[in-house]
Write a protein that binds this ligand. Structure first.
Ligand SMILES: Cc1ncc(COP(=O)(O)O)c(C=O)c1O
Length: 484
């Protein structure tokens, strides 16, 4: 409300314009029932209008039963606002980028998360009903009380020792034997990968990365001034080692690092065998190229076997293993970690320089959850739920989409990759789905080379009748696009 009203062109009396500004703030929820509105004097100063104008505006709002005056205290938004007539239905804006800018599409897909009216099948968010939210939040409070000063202090790199100990203990399940000193706590897995890229590369360098791949990493690569060399990956065995070796030979000296999602990669769900992981580590060692391994979905195997990590075959510290608790416990806590091998010192320094430390209370809470909260029990139950839901959603896509549509069958995690007929443009499907109140991730954002225009990624973390109907709607829209 800083702008002065005097200079604006007015189509209504000044007091009505002042009143409409207050109404706008109420409608937007900036001013909520019970909130105090600026005093008459304050508002007259802010808007540079006379005291009488504001008085008139407030008295109009009192008449409309939006504000009430409280003696000696000022004006307040009434606790029970009169019901406003329903607004005309506004369709979701048709998002039709004329020139496809992947960064914008990526931003749109992420922004959809803010829209509570959209059915969220786009971003790979875990099912909130399967997260131990109350238990974690209780631990957040009790641990902050127990470690009173620590909870408000900087946990400078490498980060909270209790948490690093727990992560190190769990590393045995992945075939590693990490010590707490080898681990640096980060703000999520993305920060771990960014720190790794920063430690290894300089602008202009090339990063070998699977394709299709988690879109955020492509944006990060571009943002750091790096080039991506996309290596084919499969929904069964993960990155193609033959293609990687061929690419390394062909681009000798240019590729400075390789990023691989070894377990249940996003979006295909591919799982590398132990033999392939060993081969990958040896290949990169031979070429003296560090490996950034993202294992964020490793704990979400649909079977009882937790797969190994490539890091377990690393003898020289060439592998930087990155993960977080975003898929299993609490994405919003922003707690991740990296075991950076020979890059440990650079990572610690990079973390300190970029944001000093990850917030302390979430680190304490997750350390406590890992120590006493029954993390393994929790994992067993969410693995079963995701296995079931991924299967049901896959089957439903098979039934609802036009014949010939292919669907991934991941053995872990909770995302599905759907490949439709070549004629179907996933961006068009995204736009039309959005108009129906559904958001999905169009295939185009999973590559920088304009591939996967007939693919989409679906989040299968939740399953209910509304989602079933949404899949049927998507199938109908896809059939309509195909018919055109
Ligand atoms: C493969 C992969 N890595 C990292 C992330 C993000 O991790 P975080 O939220 O812990 O930064 C995601 C999220 O979707 C992901 O799919």
């Amino acid at each position: 409300m800083e702008t002065t009203l005097r200079m604006t062109e007015r189509s209504m009396p000044l007091y009505a314009e002042v009143a409409s500004r207050i109404v706008y703030l109420i409608e937007q929820g900036t001013l909520r029932p019970g909130d105090r509105v600026p005093s008459i004097r304050e508002l007259s100063r802010q808007l540079q209008v006379s005291i009488n104008t504001v008085k008139e505006a407030y008295s109009q709002l009192e008449d409309r039963r939006l504000l009430e005056a409280r003696p000696q205290s000022g004006y307040y938004v009434r606790a029970h606002l009169p019901e406003l007539p329903a607004e005309p239905v506004v369709r979701k804006p048709a998002l039709k980028p004329t020139e496809v800018n992947l960064c914008d599409v990526y931003q749109m897909v992420m922004n959809d998360l803010h829209d509570p009216d959209l059915l969220q099948l786009g971003v790979a968010f875990p099912n909130p009903d399967l997260l131990p939210i109350d238990k974690l939040n209780r631990m957040l409070a009790s641990e902050s009380r127990r470690f009173r000063v620590q909870s408000v202090s900087y946990e400078i790199p490498p980060g909270c020792e209790r948490l690093r100990k727990q992560i190190a203990r769990r590393s045995l399940q992945t075939g590693c034997a990490l010590s707490p000193d080898e681990i640096v706590i980060t703000s999520g897995c993305v920060e771990a990968v960014v720190l790794a890229l920063r430690a290894i590369c300089k602008p202009g360098d090339t990063v070998a990365i699977e394709t299709p791949v988690y879109f955020n990493f492509l944006q990060v690569i571009e943002d750091l001034g790096l080039k991506a060399l996309e290596i084919p990956t499969s929904a069964q065995g993960g990155i193609s080692l033959d293609a990687l070796e061929y690419a390394l030979e062909k681009n000798a000296g240019q590729v400075k690092v390789c990023i691989v999602l070894s377990n249940f990669n996003n979006p295909l769900g591919g799982l590398m065998s132990d033999a392939a992981k060993r081969q990958l580590v040896e290949l990169l060692e031979r070429y003296q190229i560090p490996l950034i391994e993202d294992d964020i979905y490793g704990d979400l195997s649909h079977s009882d076997n937790r797969p190994s990590v490539a890091k377990s075959f690393d003898k020289t510290g060439n592998v930087l293993l990155c993960s977080s608790f975003s898929k299993t416990l609490a994405p919003g806590y922003r707690v991740g970690w990296i075991a950076a091998g020979r890059f440990q010192k650079q990572i610690e320094r990079g973390k300190l320089l970029s944001n000093v430390a990850t917030a302390s209370p979430p680190q304490l809470a997750i350390a406590e959850f890992l120590a006493t909260g029954g993390y393994d029990h929790h994992l067993r139950s969410i693995r079963r739920a995701y296995a079931r839901q991924v299967m049901i959603m896959g089957d439903t896509v098979g039934r609802a989409f036009p014949a010939g549509t292919r669907v991934s069958r991941p053995k872990g995690g909770f995302v599905l990759w759907v490949e439709m007929a070549a004629e179907i443009d996933a961006l068009k499907l995204y736009e039309q789905a959005r108009e129906e109140g559904i958001t999905i991730a169009p295939g185009q954002i999973f590559s920088l080379e304009g591939k996967y225009r007939n693919c989409i990624r679906l989040n299968a973390a939740c399953w209910n009748p509304r989602i079933e109907m949404a899949i049927e709607t998507l199938g109908r829209l896809a059939a309509r696009l195909l018919a055109r």
